[in-house]
Design a protein around this ligand. Structure first.
Ligand code: NAP
Length: 642
């Protein structure tokens, strides 16, 4: 958890020098401008290069690196001895620094968005409390129920608390954390850089890993809940069964199942549904699944009581979860068979399991603005770094294994890396190279451990389709019966069944799932016609595949929802409901956009598409578009009722 940045303190020259040896140089260069006002090192010949797959040091000459370290050493010493900081750069002066650190010419329309992400310009912070001026009695009578105390539920609570609005959180789990509470499988860790995968207003200078493990993420969200004193507002082990909108009173009547199994009805003016997309494990429809006589479980319900040592284990699935736990269990089990239907694309990430060095942590904590610029750099690298590579070129006439020339280029580069890694088992490489375009599914972060696990003597990967499950194992289409003691399902979640198994009944008794009819849609992922005062977080079409962090999306969404509540309360209205035509126009745009992305093309099947084949999960546009569209709700998009 972020602590105050102690400006005074005694640090030896060795400590500072050791920290500087670990510095991310482009971020250090920018921090140096803040510390000294001196911009002389921001020169064209020292401009870092864009460095998505590299070491992030911007390819600067060693002489430049040494000079920057030495200037930084003097500046940090002066700062720590109490020397006042110079006047801070104006927004105008920050702009060239942004280009410089990113190693790119940042397009003009991104500038306000990135300035906010950088949050060095006063009052620009996305996580900053927004003024919520409304008559005290209007606020006092208004209550919101939040369903879910994961990342976005906690975020909603923090903003409601800051606005002075009453709220209560309901969670079926026994603690906060959502996905980080539920997924405890071995090797579970975040696949977004942690210095980015954190609330913009709650940096953690002490992330132990660049991509931390589940226990650390879980603890981060527990700490946030404690810091903002949210626990007294949370009812744990409490399941929401159904919610009905009462048109006479313009409020939601929410039936919950209490921990003792009894039911209770709660009444609230608004409901924020923060249950996410990935909370209902999906067991595959495979013949004979129930006939298996051994032990079986899903990765999100890991059976820690089952000792896998020496056992014959089957893993079904090679998605993001299996990719993380297979290398962990492989050395322990007797024999492991991985059943692959479709291989994942592997994104080279050499520091995936690496610890953050003590020097880096020191800089993040003690050097003003270094952390901001480092986060900014990560943000830009992931914002649209790879976005253009996964966009469909409508004029592409090449093979269907790519969607454009640049996508084909990326394929060749990544394919070569896969083949090189699989050298120990020559028959493995062809199985591991995806035949769908890069970006069709979420790629996984690769530091080599996946393929080296598959190359082990006690591990086999089979891509022969599963025919059925039999009492003693799994039968594949090639006629082979793989005898196993344990089956682990790494088969994902019923993501497109948004909000299931809860029931929502809106105006005129309309049932939400009947209205959706298997094709969940919302305006900006958040509001649905016929369902006043209901807001969804991480709702339809707000998932991201190659760019950004989902926390960014939630921060944008929560700001928007707070804006909606402000319109409602300040205007003295009782209900706010999205207009059908606005919703439909938006969805048509999203559908057209998704058809132009690698994950939207017909040859790709994934959890991003629902049973009708529509991409119901993903946001198809650059991040800046979601940010722009969600900054302030337009009153004209809604119907208000008084
Ligand atoms: P997933 O990506 O949906 O992977 C499920 C796997 O099971 C796929 O390989 C799928 O094959 C396979 N499968 C499903 N049904 C099958 C069947 N009947 N027979 C054979 N194979 C079958 O699920 P996940 O790995 O749990 O990941 C889901 C999402 O959660 C990820 O995309 C990511 O967004 C998130 N996640 C994130 C992290 C992280 O941040 N570290 C970790 C884990 C998960 P097909 O590809 O052919 O369908």
């Amino acid at each position: 958890m972020a602590a105050e940045n102690p400006v005074a303190g005694t640090w030896s020259d060795e400590t500072i020098k050791a920290a500087l040896a670990d510095a991310h140089i482009p971020s250090l260069m920018a921090a140096l401008v803040h510390l000294t006002g001196d911009r002389s090192h921001i020169k064209l010949e020292w401009k870092p290069t864009y460095d998505f797959f590299g070491d992030g040091q911007g390819g600067l000459p060693q002489s430049a690196v040494e000079e920057i370290r030495s200037k930084a050493f003097a500046a940090i010493k002066a700062h720590l001895s109490g020397q006042a900081m110079p006047d801070q750069p104006t927004e105008e002066n920050l702009r060239p620094l942004m280009d410089f650190v990113a190693g790119a010419e940042i397009p003009e329309r991104y500038v306000p968005f990135l300035l906010e992400e950088l949050s060095v310009a006063n009052g620009r912070e996305r996580g900053a409390p927004a003024p919520f001026d409304a008559p005290a009695d209007a606020k006092a009578g208004f209550k919101t129920l939040i369903i879910g105390s994961g990342m976005s539920g906690l975020l909603s609570a923090i903003h409601l608390q800051r606005a002075g609005l009453a709220f209560e959180i309901l969670d079926k789990n026994a603690d906060v954390g959502g996905t980080w509470f539920e997924n405890t499988y071995p090797g579970c860790r975040v696949d977004n850089p942690n210095h980015l995968y954190s609330y913009s207003f709650e940096p953690n200078y002490d992330w132990p890993f660049h991509y931390s493990t589940q226990d650390i993420l879980y603890q981060y969200f527990r700490n946030v809940a404690d810091k903002y004193n949210l626990r007294p507002h949370i009812r744990f082990s409490t399941e929401v069964i159904s919610s009905t909108f009462n048109e006479m009173t313009n409020d939601w009547h929410v039936i919950i199942k209490r921990p003792d199994g009894t039911r209770e009805t709660l009444v609230a003016n608004a409901v924020i549904c923060a249950v996410g997309q990935l909370n209902c494990p999906r067991l595959p429809d495979i013949d004979g699944r129930d006939s298996f006589m051994g032990t079986s479980f899903h990765s999100a319900r890991w059976r820690h009581d089952v000792d896998l040592t020496g056992k014959r284990v089957a893993v079904i699935g090679t998605g993001a979860s299996a990719f993380q736990f297979v290398p962990e269990i492989a050395p322990k089990v007797g024999h492991l068979t991985v059943f692959q239907r479709t291989p994942p694309w592997l994104g080279p990430t050499p520091n995936y399991h690496d610890k953050v060095s003590e020097g880096k942590k020191w800089l993040l904590r003690h050097v003003p603005y270094y952390e901001k610029w480092y986060r900014f750099w990560l943000f830009w690298m992931l914002t649209d770094g790879i976005y253009d590579y996964v966009k469909v070129d409508p004029n592409w006439t090449g093979p269907k294994t790519a969607v454009s020339e640049t996508n084909m280029l990326l394929r060749s580069m990544l394919e070569a890396l896969i083949v090189a890694q699989a050298g120990a088992k020559p028959d493995l490489a062809p199985k591991l190279v995806p035949q769908y375009p890069m970006g069709g599914k979420r790629s996984v972060r690769d530091n080599g451990v996946w393929i080296s696990a598959l190359c082990r003597d006690n591990v086999d990967l089979t891509d022969s389709p599963i025919k059925r499950i039999v009492p003693n194992g799994i039968e594949t289409a090639d006629g082979k019966i793989h005898e196993v003691d344990v089956i682990i399902y790494g088969t994902g979640f019923t993501a497109s069944d948004f909000l299931m198994p809860m029931k929502f009944s809106g105006r005129n008794g309309v049932d939400l799932h009947q209205q959706w009819d298997g094709d969940a849609r919302a305006y900006l992922g958040m509001t649905v016609p016929n369902f006043p005062n209901l807001f969804l977080l991480y709702g339809p079409n707000t998932n991201i595949v190659v760019n950004g962090s989902i926390i960014f999306f939630s921060e944008c969404s929560v700001r928007y929802i707070m804006g909606c509540l402000k319109l409602l309360i300040q205007g003295g209205h009782k209900a706010i409901e999205c207009r059908q035509d606005v919703h439909d126009t938006f969805n048509a745009e999203v559908d057209a956009g998704n058809k132009l992305m690698a994950w939207g093309v017909e040859q790709v099947t994934s959890w991003y598409k629902n049973a009708r084949g529509r991409v119901s999960q993903n946001w198809p546009f650059p991040l800046v578009d979601y940010w722009t569209r969600t900054r302030t709700p337009a009153p004209g998009d809604f119907i208000f009722r008084d």
